[in-house]
Design a protein around this ligand. Structure first.
Ligand SMILES: [Fe+2]
Ligand SMILES: [Zn+2]
Length: 427
């Protein structure tokens, strides 16, 4: 398949000249746009290299990959024992979404050329093409914000959002882009379950040590600072879970106290800034874990985790974890070398100063019937202190959580009954 046409110098041509030249030379065009090439270690597809072993594991033929399950079916899989020293031996037909390959074990199959090939035809296609990157939390698909403009602070009318599937998905994808979504004018009789599971039709809520839905109202001697009336600085929730929930739901049922404003900040542009200005400190936050703990006496709860403030997925910022009220510097000190601790505190203090910049925050005193979804891996939330001047004044909040993929299913997956098969037959 590798063409033997002589290479042609094109470096000095303008783009317009190049296009003209190419359209007059179809053979040349074929060489330059040849999407699949053999390389030293495997094959190159549209400029991206895949290892021989990788391609064999990517086979989407009907013997290797389940048409209905979208799982590999060439089981039991024994890795290298099945394919010792596997190599691509031939490249066959290339279509828009697939590439036919033959391997040194004589297997002939087909791999996906792009993410569409990895999923199948309509109706998943349009969803995958429009929202896949967002659901994968790709930073380039997200819209980082350093000033809360009108997109960030957009107030979504609850009855409009739950009216139909398109509206709901528009709201959820807004949330995925900005890490925050504000719903207003929620009928006062609706609770968390009705709003999320019935209205937005995403379920189930994630049950944590705070139960599926937690009612937060002022308590004296609270077993969680959240139940007090003091200020809470910017934080993510549940850092003491090894896998904290991604999505935080915050429903204001009543807010007639004095003060108690909420505010939020997008930490991702701050981390990006940190990675550019002080890559050394960024590296430390990515590699040295802090200890986080929540163990209120007499509650039967003992939650502890050890995790880094910054988590990456390749080059993408995936998550930031930080809640000063739940930090366990003692355990950290007892279990981490002095040198690492010294570096960690320097990096953390530098980062935290960037986080606590009030000019970047979105601030709002939420009213009863307002509801905020925040990306708990990205947007930190906080609260100002509040007080009462009369007995009837109340601040009642209901909170709950959800895992990212539950929401992703609502955005990407088709309703039951729609077919979603591979189109390799037509390839
Ligand atoms: Fe919180
Ligand atoms: Zn196969």
């Amino acid at each position: 398949m590798i063409s033997c046409l002589k290479p042609v110098r094109l470096g000095l041509l303008s783009k317009a000249q190049l296009v003209r030249k190419l359209s007059n030379a179809p053979e040349l065009f074929k060489v330059l746009s040849d999407p699949v090439k053999m390389t030293e270690r495997g094959i190159e597809v549209d400029g991206k290299e895949f290892l021989h072993m990788e391609t064999r594991n990517m086979c989407k033929c009907e013997a290797c990959y389940g048409r209905f399950s979208h799982q590999r079916t060439d089981l039991p899989y024994r890795g290298a024992m099945d394919f010792p020293d596997i190599r691509v031996s031939d490249i066959g037909r290339t279509s828009e979404n697939y590439i036919s390959l033959k391997w040194s074990d004589d297997h002939e199959g087909v791999i996906a050329r792009n993410k569409r090939g990895n999923f199948g035809p309509d109706p998943i296609i349009s969803r995958v093409e429009n929202w896949f990157d967002l659901t994968c939390r790709k930073n380039s698909a997200q819209k980082f914000w350093s000033t809360p403009d009108e997109d960030v602070t957009k107030r979504w009318d609850y009855s409009w959002v739950v009216k139909n599937q398109e509206n709901t998905i528009e709201f959820l994808t807004h949330y995925m882009k900005y890490g925050i979504g504000l719903l207003v004018d929620i009928p006062r009789h609706l609770g968390m379950m009705e709003i999320v599971e019935e209205g937005l039709k995403i379920k189930p809520l994630r049950r944590t040590c705070f139960s599926a839905v937690d009612l937060v109202r002022f308590k004296p001697n609270p077993d969680n600072v959240g139940y007090g009336s003091g200020p809470l600085n910017l934080h993510s929730d549940l850092p003491y879970f090894n896998q904290a929930p991604h999505v935080q739901f915050f429903h204001l049922l009543e807010n007639t106290v004095i003060g108690g404003d909420s505010y939020w900040i997008d930490t991702f542009p701050i981390l990006k800034e940190l990675s550019e200005k002080r890559p050394d400190l960024f590296e430390i936050l990515k590699t040295i874990p802090m200890v986080w703990r929540y163990s209120p006496p007499g509650t039967g709860i003992y939650q502890l985790s050890r995790q880094c403030v910054v988590k990456m997925q390749g080059d993408e910022i995936w998550q930031t974890v930080d809640a000063p009220q739940s930090m366990d510097p003692d355990t950290f000190a007892r279990t981490t070398s002095l040198r690492d601790r010294e570096m960690w505190w320097e990096a953390y203090n530098y980062y935290r100063r960037l986080v606590d910049q009030e000019d970047r925050i979105f601030s709002r005193k939420l009213n009863g019937g307002e509801f905020v979804m925040t990306d708990n891996f990205r947007v930190f939330h906080a609260r100002r202190s509040f007080f009462k001047t009369s007995e009837e004044q109340e601040r009642i909040v209901s909170t709950s959580y959800m895992d990212w993929n539950i929401m992703v299913s609502r955005v990407l997956s088709t309703e039951k009954g729609d077919s979603a098969f591979l189109e390799v037959r037509e390839h």
